[in-house]
Every structure is written in structure tokens, then in C-alpha cells.
Design a protein around this ligand. Structure first.
Ligand code: AMP
Ligand code: MG
Length: 397
């Protein structure tokens, strides 16, 4: 049995970085940048007006109200490119270039006047409502680093600097293979002693969320020769194969045996982790293989800790692990004696606005109904006991 941190190190060492490809920016959310994003111009590219009103000389307005001569108009997309003098004003719109000579803006609400003259009713401060050229970023600077994810929040920046096409890590291909003679496809009604396959669609969703291209294979029975042929079929040309079930020590837990008979190299097969002790990591040919426990909660947690790491690393991501944080604990909780423990929990805020993690009342690692509420995991180191109200480490799911 190895510690979680050791398991993660092994995954890190065994996983390479995939190639990159250039794709349309509009299709790139969720992908990982394979190039630095560099500002190809100052931003803003010119002194930019932040509002509708008049470009003025601040000192002219000191004894407001003051009446100034309107000498021109600067609109967004068509500026006024002469030099404004004292005693003059230029009508200006939001997003338009501020004319040379002007050093402040009077917003329209504090003005009155005619087509040719404007009265500024209040004094304005020098620099007010002008966004200086290059104040947001200077040309040539790295705006977003390689390895960052492309998100709805940063995609505007990529657009602004001309990355209509962007270089991103290739999407890893992931095969998903559920095993278990009791497991039936979700389109079927389970017979006596059978249960539906809750893992495959979940893992497909999780893999997609990490940017992978998943392919789901039909459930394999707990029969070694059937298992072997399904495993080698599913692993073909895939970067990663995720198998669930059959990794424990029961008579019909044959996943590891099948992998070994197929010639796979096993890197680890037991981790000091709850839930998810019998997690297997191996390589079959060029394919990285994860054998996750069949219990849906264990499969989810081991995916998030281990498989996610490999999928993100293959894409060149600098964010291969889930975001961490702290929260107050809502109820007493305890780790397993000899295993780091990740308790599925739901985050709330208390009356003071502090984040509180509510461990889900769970019937254990098979309780996917409890897990359905989870948006985080409380981390407790092996042997640790934490009392309600204590601050604990969490990861956000
Ligand atoms: P195993 O890891 O094969 O020993 O399975 C552990 C538990 O998880 C058993 O109760 C299985 O029935 C259950 N299980 C295994 N695979 C799945 C699956 N794909 N969907 C839902 N439950 C599963
Ligand atoms: Mg099984």
C-alpha cells in the first residue's frame, strides 16, 4: 500500500505530454493553452474614453461652471485627430480615442449646452475617465501562460489579441470499460441480483470535463478470457483506459490478473486512500490503465485524484489537480486509521459568510445517492479526528 502522494508522483512520472494542435478560438473553451498568449498591441491601443461626454482640459474647469467651444467629435471607431487647445472641448463617446491636448473627461450628465458650445457644470480632475494607452497591458507582454485552461472568462483576452486560432494540447482519448457480471446497461431493467451501470456514464462525463475524448465500451463479465479480450480491445489506440470493478481481492476480482496476463506493467495496486484503496495503475503497450474500484463513490474519488491528473498532464495543463481550499467542518469527522480520507461533502456558508463543509450522510463508498449532493471532498490525513467547527482542508469537485 502506498501513500496518495506517492501514487500521484508515479502517475506524474509515467504520463507524458501529448502533442498540440491549432483550433478555432470559438471551439476552445475547456482546452489547455499550448502557447503563451502575448499582447500584440498596447491595451488600450490609445487613450480611451470611459464614458459619453466631453474631452476637456481639467484646469479649464477649475472655476466651473465654464463654457467651452466644441471644436470636434471623437466617436468610437473614428477619432478626432487634431490637437485640442485650452478653452476648447471635443464631444466624445465611450470607447473613442481621447484627443491630444485633452486631459480629462466631463461626463454628459454634468454638462449642458448647444451644438457649438458646452457648459461644464462641475470641475473635473485631471485624468478622470480616461484609460491610458497601455495601462491594462503593454505590447509584447505575456497575458496568459501556456498550460492555463481556456475559460469563458479569459477567452475575451485571446480574442482581443488576435488569437482567432489558438494552439492547444490535443485531447487525450479515453476508453471506459465497466466490469462485473451483475452490471447491466442503463437501457435495460436489472434482473434478479443485477444492478445498473452507474460508473460508465459518470466517468465519461468526468473525462469530458477534463477535456478528453471518451469512448464507452460494453460491460465485461467477470470471466478472465472475456475480460482479457475486452480490455485489449478497449485499450487499442487509446491514451488512457479506465476499468472499473474487479480490482479488489474477491474470487471474481480479475481485472489485475487479466492485465498481468496481457503483459501490462503494474505501477501500483493499493493506495492508502479511503475511499479507493484498491486503485490500480498500469501501462498496457502505450496505454495508461487505471483500474478503479467498482463502487461509484470510490470510482469518482479515484478518478478525481488520479485519472484527472493524467488527462490534464497529457494536455500540458499546469492545473492537474483539483482546486484546494479551507472550510469549517459542520460535524465531527474521522479519517481511517491508516488511510488518507476524502469525505464527500456539500459546501454552505454560515451566517458570517464563512465556507462550511457538510460531510454527506453516507452509507459508505457504494452510496451514490448520498454522493449526488457532493460538490467537494473534505481531506483528513490518516488517523486524524476533526471536530465540528474546526477548519479543514477541502478540494472543490
Ligand atoms: P468490485 O470493485 O467489482 O468489487 O465492485 C464493488 C461494488 O461496486 C459492487 O457492489 C459492485 O456491484 C459495484 N459496481 C461495480 N461496477 C459498478 C458499476 N459499473 N456501476 C455500479 N456499481 C458497480
Ligand atoms: Mg465486480
Amino acid at each position: 500500500m502506498i501513500p496518495v502522494s506517492k501514487a500521484i508522483d508515479i502517475i506524474k512520472r509515467q504520463t507524458g505530454v501529448h502533442g498540440a494542435e491549432r483550433i478555432e478560438l470559438a471551439d476552445s473553451v475547456g482546452r489547455v493553452l499550448a502557447e503563451n498568449i502575448v499582447a500584440d498591441c498596447d491595451m488600450p491601443p490609445f487613450d480611451r474614453s470611459q464614458m459619453d461626454g466631453f474631452a476637456v482640459t481639467a484646469s479649464d474647469t477649475k472655476n466651473a461652471p465654464v463654457t467651452l467651444k466644441i471644436v470636434g467629435e471623437s466617436a468610437a471607431g473614428s477619432g478626432w485627430h487634431k490637437t485640442m487647445k485650452r478653452g476648447q472641448a471635443v464631444r466624445i463617446m465611450t470607447g473613442a480615442p481621447v484627443p491630444a491636448g485633452a486631459d480629462a473627461l466631463a461626463r454628459i450628465e454634468i454638462t449642458s449646452g448647444t451644438e457649438t458650445e458646452v457648459t461644464i457644470l462641475e470641475a473635473v480632475k485631471k485624468g478622470i475617465a480616461i484609460v491610458q494607452k497601455g495601462s491594462e497591458i503593454k505590447k509584447g507582454r505575456v497575458v496568459i501562460k501556456r498550460g492555463s485552461p481556456i475559460t469563458p472568462n479569459n477567452i475575451a483576452t485571446l480574442s482581443a489579441f488576435g488569437y482567432a486560432k489558438v494552439k492547444v494540447g490535443k485531447r487525450p482519448t479515453v476508453a471506459i470499460l465497466g466490469t462485473g457480471s451483475e452490471i447491466v446497461d442503463i437501457h435495460k431493467k436489472p434482473g434478479r441480483d443485477q444492478i445498473r451501470n452507474s460508473n460508465s456514464v459518470m466517468l465519461k462525463a468526468m473525462a469530458e470535463q477534463c477535456g478528453a475524448v471518451p469512448e464507452t465500451f460494453p460491460i465485461a463479465n467477470d470471466d478472465i478470457s472475456n475480460l482479457k479480450s475486452q480490455i485489449s480491445n478497449a485499450a487499442k489506440n487509446k491514451d488512457i483506459l479506465i476499468i472499473t470493478g474487479g480490482v479488489s481481492v474477491g474470487k471474481y476480482d480479475l481485472t489485475k490478473a487479466a492485465l498481468i496476463e496481457l503483459g501490462a506493467k503494474i505501477f501500483f495496486e493499493k493506495v492508502r486512500l479511503k475511499p479507493g484503496k484498491p486503485a490500480v495503475f498500469a501501462r498496457l503497450g502505450k496505454t495508461l490503465v487505471f483500474g478503479l474500484p467498482g463502487n461509484p463513490v470510490s470510482a469518482a474519488v479515484t478518478f478525481q485524484l488520479f485519472v484527472r491528473k493524467a488527462i490534464m498532464q497529457l494536455q500540458g495543463s499546469s492545473e492537474t489537480v483539483l482546486k484546494k481550499g479551507f472550510a469549517g467542518l459542520a460535524a465531527d469527522a474521522k479519517a481511517a486509521r491508516d488511510r488518507d480520507t476524502y469525505l464527500p461533502s456539500r459546501l454552505e456558508t454560515d451566517e458570517t459568510g464563512r465556507l462550511v463543509a457538510v460531510p454527506l450522510r453516507s452509507q459508505g463508498s457504494s452510496d451514490f445517492v448520498g454522493f449526488a449532493q457532493a460538490d467537494s471532498l473534505v481531506f483528513l490525513a490518516s488517523g486524524q479526528t476533526a471536530r465540528a467547527g474546526e477548519t479543514v482542508d477541502i478540494v472543490f469537485l
